[in-house]
Structure formats: structure tokens, C-alpha cells
Write a protein that binds this ligand. Sequence first.
Ligand SMILES: [Mg+2]
Length: 483
Amino acid sequence: MAPADMSADPFASDHRPTPDADRFSFIHVDLNSFFASVEQQIHPEYRDKPLAVVPTIGDTTVAIAASYEAKALGIKTGTRVSDMKKICPGIILVQGDHTTYAEFSHRIHAAVERVCPVAHVPSIDEVACQLIGREREPPRARQIALDIKQAIKDDVGSTLRCSIGMAPNRYLAKIASDMQKPDGLIGLLPSQLPRALLQLELRDLPGVGARTEQMLIRKGITTMPQLLALDREGMHKLWNSVWGDRLYHWLRGHDTGDDGAPVSQEMQKSLGHSHVLGPQHRSPAGAWAVAHKLLHKAAMRLRMEKMCAGSMSLTIRYQLTREQADSAKGTQLRRNETPYAESEEDTEHWDSRNGRTGKVKQHQSGLRHGGWGMEARFTSCQDTFTLLETLRALWAQQPTGPEQQRPFFVGISMSRLIPESEQQPTLFVDPDKRGELSRTLDKMNLKYGHTTLHFAGMLPARESAPTRIAFTQIPVQYGKDYM
Ligand SMILES: [Mg+2]
């Protein structure tokens, strides 16, 4: 059975209720021919024409991106300039400008954020959102996806098209975004899995690069049907690691924990919001402002979807100088186990004083970074003020050395989510009427726009009666960043 092509409304003529388990949890947005589309946006005279972006002008280099018109002629990333000129003598060659593409990437992020909070930014031309509550219902998820496409066109430019994938986990959402190009919209529902993946090539799986493919071929696996025929144990043996177990479950629409075991689908386990800071905001104060805003949005969303959180994790990534990255590498102890690190240079170091794991990692962009993370647990709640106090307390725990002066990524994740109807009635009175005040905030912000009310100064610091928060240290989750 083919995956649902969601660009035509498959729900319009079908009034059967979607089975309860058939829900999407992630939306993955992948810009089509991103660099080339940016050039066509900036230069209207390049639109609808074959164009290639090259690192330097000269016959010996290769394309780093090709426009859809060039792709139609067989020109793609990696095609040599001399070959391109043979195929299409009139091809427009543009020298790439990473600063411009990074700026457009930020504008796209902001446009998506206007529709649905961004959970992950896997790369310069991808954005992922996590869905909660009723957003997970297929018709509503589809509408969110269509609104994202429109927001990008309206806010950033008409040449910027994207393919969107919707699926029960991040891994499949990325796969779905790759199944229809350009301007695609594909949904993979749990009831269609794994058979909707049968026609893929092994190389279509994120993380399966040339090296991994060779390994699979050596072990006799050359097609998706062969891979999907393996049981969990077979997948574990094939990869000789817990990644086999994870992949087994991901391809079937499950979510998995660190040990590869599936996580219960009954309860959504966490909700994440994150933001990559623009270069001008990469300071402790800039990062705090972003964290504050992310928290405000996350809390409002919890209330909209009638949920409470009992845990908050904060992750910060810091840009490092070359010297800082080199000295951290010198203390490397353990290699990253993921098969997804093919092109990435990963090292890890252990700070014995603070007991936290952090890694130095190099982006495709050349940015070297380290990270820090911590989790706080508390009595489940949904009001902005208690959650903000928790965030402040977490924020105060972060290390403040020379390596932590250029934060460029902030992520906040709420977990231990429960429906608000299951929240234990608190034994204490709500002294500030925090719940009521939060709901008033929501009403005002929904009516007048999300930035109407800022609450930084609204609540006096309550040093006298701080919320009781238990801290747990969590390792920075680079090992799980498979995209
Ligand atoms: Mg892309």
C-alpha cells in the first residue's frame, strides 16, 4: 500500500473516524533545493532557469546545489562544472554565500514557529515540529503542514518550497519528507507501517550512508523488504548494537528509549521546543531571552492541549573556539556509538568535577560546539509562573566557564506529561492564583498575538517560598541526534 499523499485531502470523502492509534507526532520540513531557491528568491531574473550554486567560480569545482530546472536536466549536487556546461551551456552559476543561506534559514525557522513551535533544527534547510494533543489528529496535522508551507511563502519568499513529512516519530517524519519532491506532503500513519516503506532503497534511510550500505550488503541485506523481514533480534545482530533495535521500532512507527525498547504509546512522553540563536544573540543574556520565550510558548501549549508536565530538561549548546575544541578533544574517552556519525567528527569528554557528559562536535558548517544539559522534576503543573521558576533554577546551574560564553542553541523539553484531568489536586492553596493568571495570559495572547503579554516583571520573585525542585543530571543527548 502506498503512503498517503496528503496534498490531496484524503479525509474529505472519508468520514470514518481515524483509529485512535493512528496519529502523527512529528512534522519534518525539508526545503527543496534550498541554496538554489534562495538565489532565485534574491535574483528574480534566475527564476524558472537552470542554476547551480558552486563554492568558487571555475571549471574544476562541483555543484553544491542545483535548482529544480537544473535537476530536470540531470544536474545535481556533485556534478562537475565542466559536465554541467556540456549538458546545459546556458546554466547560471552562482558562488554560494553561506551567510545569506543562514539568514534565510533563520527566517524560515521564524515562519514555521508562527504556525507551530519548532522542536528540532536538524540542519540549515530542515525544521522539525512536535505535535501534541489534538494536533496529532491527521486532519489537523495536515492543516498545520499546509499552514507552514504558506507561512514560508508569505514570510520568506515564493520560490522557497518545501517537502513535509508527518509520522509517529522523528525518524519516519524525515523519511516521509523525502518521499515526494518538490512541494511534497506525505503522511505515514502507524497502520500503514512498515509496508509503506517497502519500495524505498536502503540508502533512503537516514544514517545509512555508503559505508553502512556496504556493511549491510556484506551481511546479505540489499533491499528494504529483506531488512523489514528481520525481527528485532535479527536487526540487533545485523547492526551489532542497540541501533538495530531502535531502527526496528522506528520503522514500525514506535518510539524507543535509549536501550532500544519501545516507549509506551499510550502517553506522549515529552514535548520539546528549541531554537538556534542568530549570531548577534549568542551571549548568555541572548540565550536567556530565547529560553524565556520558549518556555512561555511551551507552557501555553500545554494548557491549550490540556496537559501538565512533571519534568523539565534544559539543553544548551555552546560555540567553541578552535583552541577550546582541540583541548576538549585531547581528553577524549569514548567514541560515539551511533552509525549516524559517518560524516561528523565526534569526540566526548568527561568533566570529573561536574560529572556531566558533553561532546565536542563539528557541524557541516564547521561550527564546533559543546553542550550541557540538566533535568528538574516537580509536582506536575501547567502554569507559566511555576515553570518559569523551574527554568530559572535550572539556568542557574549551568557552568559559566570560558567555554560557555557563546551559547548558540537552547532547547527546553517538558516530560512526564499527563492529561490535566489526572493531575493530583494539590494540598496547598495556589497563593498567586497562578493557574487563573496563566489562563488570562492565554486569552489575551490568543486575541492580540502571542507577544502581547510578557510576564518577566509580573510576578515578584518569591525567594520566601520557592517551588520545591529536584534536579537530575542528564547527559547531553548528542548520541541520539540521528538527523
Ligand atoms: Mg532539502
